[in-house]
Each structure stands twice: as C-alpha cells, then as structure tokens.
Design a protein around this ligand. Sequence first.
Ligand code: SF4
Ligand code: SF4
Length: 123
Amino acid sequence: MSDSNPCLSCGACCAHFRVSFFWGECQSAGGVVPDDQVVLITPHRVAMRGTEQKPVRCTALLGEVGQGVRCTLYEQRSSTCREFEASWVNGEHNPHCDAARSAHGLPPLMPPVLPSVSPERVA
Ligand code: SF4
Ligand code: SF4
C-alpha cells in the first residue's frame, strides 16, 4: 500500500457497511480471519465485529475516518475487504465507495485526469 492510496485517509467503508463473509474464511475453519474478530450472523456467515451494529465501525479499524486510518488486520482481512476497491484505483468506478464516503461527509473520488496528447505526438 503506497502513500497515494486514498483509503489511508478515508476508512469510510469500514465504518458504513456490514462486512460479512462465509465462515470458512475464519482461522478455525482453515482461513486467515481471526475468530475473535467476527460475530456469527447466520448459520454460515460471519461479520467483522463492530459492523453488525449501528453505528457501524469495524473494530479492526484504527484512526479517524476521513483523516488517517489503518486496518490492523490488513494481512488477515476477508475476501469481502480484499475485493472492495476504491473508485478509479484500478480504473473502475465503485458506487459503493462513493456511498460510504458520502455517509461520512467525504466527496467521491475522481478519476485521474490524463494529460492530453496531440495526434502528432502519438504518431
Ligand atoms: S470508502 Fe473507498 S476510499 Fe474510502 S476506504 Fe473504502 S474503498 Fe477506500
Ligand atoms: S478488516 Fe480492515 S479492511 Fe476489513 S472492514 Fe475491518 S478495518 Fe476495514
């Protein structure tokens, strides 16, 4: 994760959505997510502790949303966390990122502005 990662000064999604996933991702089932960091929400699904309640805030999130944050379980986070990408980081818009940021009073991330290249320079 580089310093330019917008998530390091955000964290809104970790304090907005219920972060749920199949219980098989937990350590006791052979996965990586520590069991004491989750709560059972259905017979086969768990949620990150703190995201199953209101106000939502994953207990693994350190720092202040919109200022500076860190996931204390970064290497052990679930597939749900791994697959949730900030808008435009990989060229695609993620409206759920926008929604989480908006809920915390943060503007949506904007796509990068590419420098204009004249046809002569391309040829
Ligand atoms: S809401 Fe978007 S920018 Fe903020 S931490 Fe989540 S993915 Fe990153
Ligand atoms: S485990 Fe980390 S990335 Fe996932 S919701 Fe919690 S703080 Fe966010």
